[in-house]
Design a protein around this ligand. Structure first.
Ligand code: MN
Length: 268
């Protein structure tokens, strides 16, 4: 079983190493690491077509081999699945991100969009993030989340996933024995507190930050945010088909019935 591991934080980040090491423990597994040279957090789904992409071998902290690239996380996955690493690839796992990816976060997340790229290629994928519960970045223990990731990966390797589906896994930052089980969830509602922060440069010209602080969430039961609030692992199946099926009938009845500008010559 060949697993490709990537992340959006950079190839030398500890979450990636913890993940790769845990996945190597799966009997019969081979792990290839292909990850960005720098931090691409909150970069969304990227396909780099306007410049060349470079990839070069690096050594991770435990002495294992990896490939670093100057592409985005989704570029790393695309390159890997297009032949940068030996084929076939049975599974792509992205992480471990040091912040939760819940609710609308998944559309911003490099961690999750890397998994989306794999699913577009028809390869099952899992994204793994840590809800660090206020713990300082430098003091995170990724080992429990890595063991959770291993279990989920083993499940997917054994059972597969339906086409166009990835698993978005979020793990509370706790010792294994303090985790309150695993819940299969739907996406919850993030509450972003974004605020436009206006400053001036030395020449009096304004510049802006999207500031406001760390987002919160609505801890509804059954959601990813709800599971994390209970101290449980959250596993959300994510589908690439974003069609709003519940709206199709109504919109077809309304919009399709209107005379189009091709009938009225553009007149209202
Ligand atoms: Mn990140």
């Amino acid at each position: 079983m060949h697993i490709v591991v990537t992340n959006d934080d950079g190839v030398f980040e500890p979450g990636l190493l913890a993940l790769a090491r845990a996945l190597r423990q799966i009997p019969g597994s081979t792990v290839s690491v292909v990850a960005p040279e720098r931090d691409w957090s909150v970069s969304g789904h990227v396909k780099t077509l306007t410049r060349p992409l470079r990839a070069w071998p690096v050594q991770l902290e435990d002495g294992s081999e990896a490939l670093a690239t100057d592409g985005a996380p989704s570029d790393c996955v695309a390159m890997a699945l297009l032949g940068l690493v030996p084929q076939p690839v049975d599974l792509v796992v992205s992480g471990i991100n040091p912040n939760a990816n819940v609710g609308h976060d998944i559309t911003y997340s490099g961690t999750v969009t890397a998994a989306m790229e794999a699913v577009i290629f028809g390869v099952p994928a899992v994204a793994v993030s840590l809800e660090r519960e206020g713990a300082p970045l430098g003091q995170l223990d990724f080992a429990p989340a890595a063991q959770v990731a291993r279990r989920v990966a083993e499940y997917v390797l054994r059972r597969g996933l339906p086409e166009e589906i990835l698993l978005n896994v979020n793990v509370p930052h706790r010792p294994l024995e303090a985790l309150q089980g695993l819940r299969v969830t739907r996406l919850g509602r993030r509450v972003y507190r974004d605020a436009l922060v206006r400053r001036e440069d030395p020449w009096g010209r304004p510049y802006y930050w999207i500031g406001g602080g760390v987002p919160e969430g609505v801890a509804e039961p059954g959601t990813d945010i709800g599971a994390l609030a209970e101290g449980a692992v959250s596993v959300t199946p994510i589908q690439m088909d974003m069609t709003a099926y519940g709206v199709l009938d109504d919109l077809q009845g309304g919009l399709e019935g209107l005379p189009g500008p091709w009938e009225t010559g553009g007149a209202a």
